[in-house]
Design a protein around this ligand. Sequence first.
Ligand code: ADP
Ligand code: ASP
Ligand code: MG
Length: 446
Amino acid sequence: YLGARGCTPRVRYPVSSIKPLPDPAMARIVMKFGGTSVADIGRIRNVARHVKREFDAGHEVAVVVSAMAGFTNQLVGWTREASALHDAREYDSVVAAGEQITAGLLAIVLQEMGVPARSWLGWQIPIRTDSSHGAARIAEIDGSVLIERFGQGQVAVVAGFQGIAPDNRIATLGRGGSDTSAVAIAAALSADRCDIYTDVDGVYTTDPRIVPNARRLERVAYEEMLEMASLGAKVLQVRSVELAMVHGVRTCVRSSCDAPDAPQFNDGAGAGNLPPGTLICDEDEIVEKQIVTGIAFSKDEAKITLRRVADKPGVAARVFVPLAESNINVDMIVQNVSADGGHTDMTFTVPRADFDRALGVIRAASDEIEYEEVSGSADVVKVSVIGIGMRSHAGVAAQCFQALAEKGINIQAITTSEIKISILIDAAYTELAVRTLHSLYGLDTH
Ligand code: ADP
Ligand code: ASP
Ligand code: MG
């Protein structure tokens, strides 16, 4: 499955990271806090209280932090302003800076609260990545230094989103990459748990910002979460879910809401008394299986249509090979049967960021492809219905098409896999489509 996407993560970990802990009540945990959870010093103090709770419960704790809310956007903006064609290595050295600040600030606040803490940048651990600056993959993490520090009673505060590339320069992991840092560190340390604290209290049946009566899921299977994340639910970075699945990291998404100082939360039970969040786990750990688990949507799409393409062997290759050579990922493809036996229309989607480039590639190859006209639109959205229950239930797609037809929503392209259906529609209908499907499959809370 992962192989089909060409992205099986190859992460090697030192054998020394396999830990025998003296007391089973003591756990080794990784806690990750995203941008809004560390937005100012007050929020960082709140994070420190969460960390102190686990530390006081006797656990070994590594904390992974993001840049303060909005800071990475600011840094990305500056690199673009400096030069539209900036060097990816220098982009990385700029945008990795936000996490360094948060890590240092959290260590300071923890120390002030009496928790021994030390900050760590990617290169200091080290977290080794491949050479794809700007969207690097983690290749290897040496957990030994952090484990040594745990032995000395220290909390490790790790800057997320960054590592060190083979050229010895800082590399970043792509937007939202701190999730991946956290899960990879949890795997490297053989941690008992990886808790992703964020501004929602779990993974919902769809983005709660769009559907207020979305429901929090108690548990989601790794595979479903992988589909949800790659089809637009940005609550977890896709690679973090891949790593959690491959290494069997028990990953929990939970709220970083105010850490209570009340005694019942400091009774040594660690996070035991906190709201439960959502556990990402193996499929067989899920008792109540639904047919459809969630609805995701992505505005990250653009569609291109070629009219009157010759309908003969080799044409698809002439369209898609030049796109692949330009590193443009094609997602959905629709080809009609030809009415006249000689020509057909072809529609496909590409990432919105590559839209102009893709049009350029198609136009440059027009002599070889032989089409009459090319057109495109970025005003589209891909809405997806996800659920492992679909494997064994027929009719889920039919219901979806029917419900959208009743609302007058035209479907422009469709793709399916064993556990998802994706449809491409006019972006203006995003909310209507998501809400309609959310109700259709019985996901609403009321
Ligand atoms: P962080 O800064 O903590 O990494 P993100 O903004 O990256 O947080 O992710 C949390 C956001 O993901 C939520 O505020 C929510 O709007 C969005 N989101 C999208 N889809 C879902 C979903 N299915 N369940 C929960 N949150 C979702
Ligand atoms: N700060 C980075 C970003 O905004 C990484 C993260 O938050 O996960 O993309
Ligand atoms: Mg995030």
